[in-house]
Design a binder for this molecule. Structure first.
Ligand code: HGY
Ligand code: MN
Ligand code: MN
Length: 410
């Protein structure tokens, strides 16, 4: 039994086109018109296969195919359809369309799995809109997705209002929690989004674990003053101090971290934000990721120390507020083993690799037996319109997914 790679590639393109925007980008921001269009298209494909679709209380789109024995726990597959701004064709979509391809191949071959199958399109995995993602998977795992109807997105829109496009509200989200006994396992196919497979010319990655991710809000406070008449020696420029700290991040991660340690300032804002005023405050996000929880703590300490030290030197003050923590997450041994067995049975070359990017599997693995399959990203590029994975690799990934489902169904 083999997946139809051409069909998958053509569906990836169709979903991509749902994100076409007037600004020339292809973006399916969570809860947007484009995102809803993509989800409707996906649901129509699943319904054409005779699957039943529903949207749970957290907005996760769940398509179900019955098995031979529906009292058995379900095999879950899936990923997300929402994208970052001007994102690519593959991130998230591959796991959804790949799962659908497994179901379609089963249908065509007249194969009915013992377990029922559920495909999940998770709500707001990317999280750039409200500054936090993994919303749907957190709710399914019974974790607090840390959301409120009144919080504002980057455009100043209220969450409660924008979530109307999914017909959901924050107060009902906890009801989306899945009973662990109703789930056999969860398998997510995804592009690597890094360059390990590409550089080593390896076809498939069996994911060992997903990096943890900790986030912080930092605010540096100096003194807003006239940009023409304030001598350099008399300034308390919040941005200059912040820049001094940000500049030290690469050295600190290099000195104390390992090859997986990364730290990033991804957003930055100054006030009053005027061409002729010295910045009085500078606020920015800081994120630390690593495969080792203790090392993440050490990097946090070193960065924090450096921040306060730098601010002291510039005569400004600062605050450092942790906003979210996710520990590094190993994949379940038996699901990982089933993926590895599938790749071997197919005779495809592979390596066991960690994931630097996070995925819904980061959360899912805390409650359900979870495994991930990676396929190469050309030059390691992702979160970009230049994201590319060769058609043959897409087909390989879908075949590994299919074979893994057969293995876990036994
Ligand atoms: O940020 C991440 O790692 C994920 O791709 N959203
Ligand atoms: Mn993704
Ligand atoms: Mn992504």
């Amino acid at each position: 039994m083999r997946a139809n790679g051409k069909r998958v590639v053509s569906r990836l393109e169709e979903i991509y086109q749902c994100g076409k925007k007037e600004d020339g980008t292809f973006t399916r921001m969570a809860f947007s018109e484009e995102d809803v269009r993509g989800r409707r298209l996906f649901a129509s494909w699943a319904e054409d296969l005779g699957m039943t679709c529903r949207v749970d209380e957290a907005g996760n789109l769940i398509a179900r195919m019955e098995g031979q024995d529906n009292s058995l726990p379900a095999i879950l597959m899936g990923s997300h359809l929402d994208t970052v701004p001007d994102g690519g064709r593959y991130d998230g979509v591959l796991g959804c369309v790949g799962g659908l391809e497994v179901c379609e191949t089963f249908r065509e071959e007249g194969y009915v799995p013992k377990h029922p199958i559920e495909l999940i399109v998770f709500t707001d995995e990317e999280g750039f809109r409200f500054g936090k993602g993994l919303t749907g998977s957190s709710a399914i795992c019974g974790q607090d997705p840390d959301v409120s109807d009144s919080e504002l997105d980057i455009y100043g829109e209220e969450r409660g209002k924008v979530m109307e496009s999914y017909g959901i509200s924050c107060k009902d989200m906890p009801k989306a929690a899945k009973d662990p006994s109703s789930v056999h396992c969860f398998i997510e196919l995804h592009i690597e989004q890094g360059a390990r497979l590409y550089k080593t010319k390896t076809s498939v990655g069996v994911v060992s674990s997903i990096a943890g991710v900790n986030r912080y809000d930092v605010t540096v406070t100096g003194e807003a003053n006239h940009a023409g008449s304030t001598a350099m020696a008399d300034r308390k420029d919040a941005l200059v101090a912040a820049a001094g700290f940000i500049n030290r991040i690469p050295e600190i991660t290099k000195e104390y971290g390992n090859e997986f340690t990364v730290a990033t300032v991804g957003t930055i804002k100054v006030t009053p934000h005027s061409v002729n005023v010295i910045p009085g405050t500078c606020s920015f996000s800081l994120e630390i990721r690593d495969q080792d929880a203790q090392l993440m703590k050490l990097i946090e300490e070193k960065l924090r120390e450096s921040l306060f030290d730098t601010c002291g030197k510039y005569g400004v003050t600062c605050t450092f507020v942790p906003t979210s923590f996710h520990e590094p997450a190993p994949m379940s041994e038996w699901v990982k083993g089933s993926v590895e067995q599938a790749v071997k049975e197919l005779g495809i070359d592979y390596s066991v690799i960690p994931s630097g990017a996070f995925h819904d599997s980061l959360i899912m693995t805390s409650v359900f037996p979870t495994g991930m399959i990676f396929v190469p990203s050309e030059k390691g590029i992702s979160h970009s319109r230049y994201e590319y994975t060769e058609d043959g690799d897409i087909e390989n990934g879908c075949n590994v997914l299919l074979r893994t489902v057969l293995n876990v169904d036994k």
